[in-house]
Design a protein around this ligand. Structure first.
Ligand code: SF4
Ligand code: SF4
Length: 437
């Protein structure tokens, strides 16, 4: 059983542990090791110093040829990357963690727009991610798997990413909340900064006259209608702070452990990420015990903490890497693999390189290997969330959607454009040679 810690720039980031299926003799040591990891993780964060419905394969469109050519180059490159003992001894995802080029797409613990999740999963599967992290909701999990299946129907050699569901042990975790307000309480002439600041396009407001007609001018409208699109809101909180009239509330929630346990029994779910706040291990233990035997079905257990948005700018990733430098330097850091998560974006690889941590097995300035660094990279890889969704979302928004949900594979030109955006993010971590030119 293996483990991975993922973290960002603030106290309370995450750890991931990997486990083989059905090896009961390893369960006790694994659990002991996991709990030890949780305790150390909580200690580290307390210090705060740095610390488908399956779809039938689609007929391949002739116009998918450019997409197939681009993604096939990546798939063909994979056997070279996994050459050596790692290829024989470990699944490709674990080999990636050991090399330090693991990439995870974070759809968002609370983001439940199945159409977008499906398209994001399709694009990033073609781009070669190792894992896709999504809300612990059956329809969202099916959407992820549908996206993966469609990607595989376009490029059969593509690596199937692990599917990870995100849950919380404490409703105070900021990943698990939704914004809410009643537009009838808003002043009709409000300039709607909430709508403008939302990175998920989760707020939609229209000005209307009494009787429901759309107003021709801001000055003559009687009221606003619409509000928060719950499936799209992932609780970032940006709207809360910009509302000049303090009309928006945040609603926190706890994922139901019984529902999660059922999800973990599915053959198309590989991993779980537990968001734990660092306020003690009791709630973690309660959740873990509630999941029961279902955890035996997963290959990987991750721990995560407070959110940090990588789409807000370069500074976010600097803080994340700074936290990585601090965390990897402490001798009693939680065991397992580490993953950068919060605040990650296009600049993360460069920042890691400057810090001497990109695919490094030893700490900068040292010549001896440490226990965890002897065979494995100090940083197992990078998870991309808000930034990854933003760059592909820009392409998705260009697609005309007169007929309901958009299927990006029906628009090969846009699919290629989205794939190029995804390659630009995933490629520098994976070291795709064609993309380095
Ligand atoms: S919390 Fe964030 S995602 Fe949700 S509506 Fe507000 S700005 Fe949008
Ligand atoms: S900013 Fe506040 S008052 Fe204005 S539309 Fe948004 S929620 Fe309503």
């Amino acid at each position: 059983m293996l483990s991975l810690t993922c973290f960002g720039c603030r106290p309370g980031r995450s750890t991931v542990r990997l486990r083989p299926k059905s090896e009961s003799e390893e369960q006790v040591p694994f659990l002991r090791s996991l709990k030890k990891s949780v305790k150390r993780y909580h200690l580290a964060t307390a210090r705060a110093a740095m610390t488908v419905a399956l779809v039938a394969p689609l007929p391949l469109l002739a116009s998918h040829s450019a997409v197939r050519a681009a993604a096939s180059r990546i798939a063909a490159y994979r056997p070279i990357r996994v050459a050596g003992d790692d290829h024989i001894n470990h699944p490709p995802q674990v080999a990636a963690l050991r090399r330090g080029d693991w990439v995870k797409l974070i759809c968002g613990a609370s983001f439940e727009d199945a159409a977008d999740v499906r398209n994001l999963s399709l694009v990033y599967t073609l781009a070669g991610v190792d894992c896709i992290d999504c809300a612990a909701d059956a329809s969202v999990v099916s959407a992820v798997n549908e996206g993966i299946d469609v990607a595989a129907s376009i490029v059969p050699a593509v690596q199937r990413p692990w599917v990870m569901v995100s849950v919380n042990d404490d409703c105070r975790d900021l990943h698990f909340r939704k914004a809410e307000f009643d537009p009838e309480e808003c002043p009709p002439n409000c300039s709607k900064p909430c709508e403008k600041v939302c990175p998920a396009d989760a707020i939609s407001l229209k000005r209307v006259m009494v009787g429901g007609e759309h107003a021709q001018s801001d000055h003559v409208c009687d009221e606003l209608e619409g509000g928060v699109i719950m499936q799209r809101c992932y609780g970032c909180g940006r709207c809360l702070s910009v509302c000049p009239y303090d009309r928006i509330r945040a609603m926190s929630y706890l994922r139901d452990p019984a529902t999660t346990a059922e999800l973990l029994k599915r053959s198309d779910v590989d991993a779980i990420e537990i968001h734990t706040t660092g306020k003690g291990t009791d709630m973690f233990n309660t959740l873990w015990n509630s999941l029961g035997e279902s955890v035996n079905n997963v290959k990987l257990v991750a721990l995560d903490g407070r959110p940090m948005s990588g789409d807000i700018g370069r500074g976010a990733t600097r803080e994340t890497v700074s936290f990585a430098v601090d965390l990897t330097s402490i001798p009693d850091r939680p065991p397992g693999f580490y993953q950068l998560a919060g605040g990650t974006n296009l600049y993360t690889v460069d920042c890691l390189k400057k810090a001497g941590l990109f695919k490094a097995r030893t700490l900068p300035g040292t010549i001896t290997t440490e226990e965890i660094g002897s065979q494995e990279a100090l940083i197992g890889g990078i998870a991309y969330g808000g930034y990854a969704r933003k760059i592909v979302g820009r392409v998705l928004h260009k697609i005309p959607s007169q007929l309901g949900s958009v299927r990006i594979e029906d628009h090969p030109g846009y699919l290629l454009e989205a794939l190029q955006e995804a390659f630009a993010l995933v490629g520098p971590v994976k070291g795709y040679p064609a993309l380095q030119k």
